[in-house]
Design a binder for this molecule. Sequence first.
Ligand code: 5RP
Length: 301
Amino acid sequence: MADTETASAESYKVNVPAPSRPFFLKGSDNLDWGMKNRLSNIFRPDSGRTVMLAFDHGYFLGPTTGLERVDLDIVPLTPFADTLMLTRGILRSCIPPTYTRGIVLRASGGPSILKELSDEQIAISIDEAVRLNAAALAVQVFIGGERETQSVHNMTRLVDMGNRHGIPTLGVTAVGTDMVRDARYMRLATRICAELGASYVKTYYVEDGFDTVTASCPVPIVIAGGKKLPEADALRLAHSAIQEGAAGVDMGRNIFQAESPLAMIQAIRKVVHEDFKPHEAHQYYQTLKREQPESPARPPV
Ligand code: 5RP
């Protein structure tokens, strides 16, 4: 018998049952430990929500407005994000490896803005995702698009690859410019992603019936910000989405194209994690903008 073994029954607390806690994310209770641990590095366990900072746009758009210098303009925002959504190229070239929150890697790509966008393929191997310590893999799904089946197949293959290694898959519903962005479409697209294995789904907020989109999707939904809006409107959009059941935002342009990106990401945090009302968040934004008028890494003009 090992000399450190305790003889007293009291130390084993035999009458105290081991706790059994449900996992904090919708539809995720039956996932394995690694998967849950990675999701906990994307969503905050205390609020159950996330502020994902999305700046993967260059994978088909090139150096779009606000992303010309990721090293100078985006890196200072990263401490305020719960997770980053980006390509492996930008991760390796611009993001300090001391960043310890979740990395959501863009895992599909191919066509540029000049071509048929739904013609994507898987753009990363699972070995590379493991090597980069990815918390999740993001894949575009074009429901109703020209290459709908191909994009769904990209997602299901990534789900299989990710599940083998405990890496969640984020299904990103990509809506063609000619398609109607209503709750009916969003219900269809998000539900297909979830049914076919996505751990969580990104979609767009719609004014009418967004709560039916979140209710009918069995896994968490995060919303993209979409085109740049006035800051007050973007905060209102985030607030409505959260109040109608979204588990967070995966926001890009409405943060990095804001007049003060640093103030904007902090205001968005208040909406997502502290249920700030839109006018409170906007006031907070304006105060921070006055106090922190420029991103600290921007060279003075
Ligand atoms: C690109 C993406 C973007 O990450 C997504 O659209 C979020 O960015 P934004 O808030 O600017 O819409 O998935 O396809």
